[in-house]
Design a protein around this ligand. Structure first.
Ligand code: 5GP
Ligand code: MN
Length: 336
């Protein structure tokens, strides 16, 4: 699980550290990044969080989010920082391509890369790895990295606890998924003890929709949902006109796919969105239906067994048709 641990000694003296995460960060990506950011800063390091894109507005309250650097907005500064970093943390991803436009910069940087992640099939690019595909969230791994690897339970401040709690909460669907073990709940209890206001975090993340977002949800349920009962599958296909009509912004489509999965009997759910430059898709499943295999094999992506993503440069209709055409291959497990 931990490799390259000799390199941990670097943390004994102040370092220039960059924290990176995957493109279009979700709650776990931003929560784990900012949680680690606060801890490293308190240890006396010079730390910056660098993102390849903006993040959803429902995360725009996390302690430290004002200090995040968004690469496209500060190309020159970011380039210098990444090039001169001693350590580059790679959080919540284990394939460099997941950092989108930041990939070449990170790939060529001279500093050590330290990867902390829970996705399957990690690439071999890091000098230190702290990886566990059974972890519920990267935020959980940041907690154990701080508390167990560095023996610093006392170092978990209220800001760190808040960021990590939000990361675990969002990546477990509010503690619903199979990954939410007793050990995860023990960690959550400690995070609350350390100052995470659990009720307030739920409030901020889940009660922050715009009116447009809610109307978009209603519109999608009525107009964009297709159920394929013979394969226990349901999907949403969202056109760029739909997005424009409701001024859909980053994060507004988060969770939509779960409505398709919430239909009784549905075992595989898809969300296909025309993001103009490409079609982005999200798959969710229950049981042994391998979303990650489907995304990897057919849609240039990957992820977890029950939650994966991918993309395609084909037209929306063609991507949806291709998805439907592969369902017979999985008929046996879909109709079990
Ligand atoms: P989401 O559907 O929420 O975008 O992503 C679900 C899971 O699949 C996440 O764990 C995410 O990291 C992974 N994922 C999403 N998009 C991609 C992609 O394009 N490539 C790969 N390898 N993984 C993805
Ligand atoms: Mn994650």
């Amino acid at each position: 699980m931990l490799t390259g641990e000799n390199n941990l000694q670097l943390l004994a003296t102040p370092q220039n550290i960059i924290i990176t995460t995957h493109h279009k960060p979700d709650g776990d990506a931003l929560g784990s990044s900012l949680g680690l950011y606060h801890w490293l800063q308190a240890k006396g390091h010079h730390v910056e969080v660098v993102l390849s894109s903006d993040f959803p507005s429902f995360l725009d309250w996390m302690p430290g989010r004002d200090n995040v650097i968004i690469y496209p907005q500060e190309v020159e500064r970011t380039t210098k920082l990444v090039e001169s970093a001693d350590i580059i943390f790679c959080l919540d991803y284990s394939a460099l391509s997941r950092t989108n436009i930041l990939e070449p910069l990170i790939r060529e940087a001279k500093g050590q890369k330290w990867m902390v992640d829970h996705h399957l099939d990690p690439e071999d690019f890091a000098q230190l790895t702290y990886w566990d595909s059974n972890a519920a969230a990267t935020a959980q791994l940041i907690y154990t990295f701080i508390a167990e690897v560095n023996n610093d339970c006392e170092g978990i401040t209220a800001d760190i606890a808040t960021c990590l709690y939000a990361g675990i909460m969002t990546d477990t669907g509010s503690f619903r998924f199979r990954s939410t073990t007793a050990a995860v709940h023990h960690i959550l209890a400690h995070l609350i003890d350390a100052g995470a206001k659990n009720w307030e975090i739920h409030e901020k993340v889940y009660n922050s929709s715009t009116e447009n977002r809610l109307k978009f949800l209603g519109y999608s349920l009525l107009n964009c949902l297709e159920v394929i009962p013979e394969y226990n599958t349901a999907l949403f296909a969202i056109t760029k006109e739909d997005l424009a009509k409701f001024q859909v912004t980053t994060g507004d489509t988060e969770g939509l796919v779960n409505y398709a999965l919430s239909i009784k009997g549905i075992r595989l759910a898809g969300l296909f969105i025309d993001r103009t430059e490409l079609i982005k898709l999200s798959l969710r499943s229950i049981g042994e239906i391998p979303c990650n295999e489907i995304c990897k094999k057919y849609f240039n992506g990957g992820g977890h067994l029950n939650a994966s993503g991918g993309s395609s440069t084909e037209e929306l209709e063609a991507v949806v048709e291709r998805f439907k055409s592969i369902l017979p291959e999985y008929k046996e497990i879909l109709t079990k």
